[in-house]
Design a protein around this ligand. Structure first.
Ligand code: DC
Length: 229
């Protein structure tokens, strides 16, 4: 069967990754979580003291060190999903902490970071047969993707989902802090100069505020099926 490129964009914590991962598994495609790549650069910057006390970034130092940052994905046999590796270390849970979440948006505004990660993403998808999720996949990374989805949900619904996710993993969580973080990231993600979050003209929009995960997955599978059957 003809392989296509599937681009899934949308706001943070709106369930993009869950539906993208499950679709990829079901149809035998590669899945790439590009948010995990921006989070990995952020973790690297935190570990190497590249943030000043006021939260600004030591940009020149980070730019010089970009060549030392190797991000890859390896299949976790237990979960059946890819884990994120930073310079050979599995950082899948370290990149999901509140500390990384609250530092990632300014990292994702840096043009040199975006350029390096977009180039790597384009190489990963060169052979098609890929489901990639992020903020600029349908607009910048794969403007020619055959299937583009733009996912939305209210900030409150998304904060509740992230809260439940952290709690389920036994991690610390405070709903109002999470909601504030979700709203701040929405603002920065959609107002930044380089590749702001926006719906591609030819993307299908899905508001999943009131859909179950099973309903979303079914909807996505139907869109894929319509295009490839
Ligand atoms: O999807 P996420 O919450 O894990 O993404 C983390 C951050 O990375 C988010 O604040 C926006 C940014 N991001 C981006 O700018 N471009 C992408 N393609 C993916 C994520």
């Amino acid at each position: 069967m003809k392989k296509i490129t599937i681009a899934i964009d949308g706001f943070s914590s709106c369930g993009k990754s869950t539906m993208a991962k499950d679709l990829a598994k079901e149809i035998g495609y590669i899945y790439v979580d590009t948010g995990a790549m921006y989070r990995s650069v952020t973790l690297y910057a935190l570990r190497h003291n590249l943030f000043n006390a006021d939260g600004t970034i030591r940009e020149q130092e980070l730019q010089a060190q970009m060549k030392d940052i190797d991000i890859s994905f390896r299949l976790n046999k237990e979960t059946g999903r890819p884990d994120t590796y930073l310079n050979g270390e599995n950082v899948e849970s370290d990149i999901r902490t509140m500390e990384v979440s609250s530092h990632v948006s300014p990292i994702a505004t840096l043009a040199f970071v975006r350029k390096a990660l977009v180039e790597q993403q384009q190489r990963m998808g060169a052979e098609k047969g890929i489901v990639m999720d992020g903020r600029d996949i349908g607009t910048v990374v794969f403007p020619d993707a055959e299937l583009k989805i733009f996912v939305t949900a209210s900030a409150e619904v998304r904060a509740q989902r992230r809260y439940d996710e952290l709690k389920a993993k036994g991690m610390e969580a405070d709903y109002s802090e999470i909601l504030k973080n979700v709203q701040e990231r929405d603002y920065i993600d959609s107002h930044r100069e380089t590749s702001p979050l926006r719906k591609a003209e030819d993307a299908l929009e899905l508001d999943n505020s009131h859909l179950t995960i099973a309903e979303q997955k079914q909807w996505l599978y139907e869109q894929y099926h319509k295009l490839t059957s």
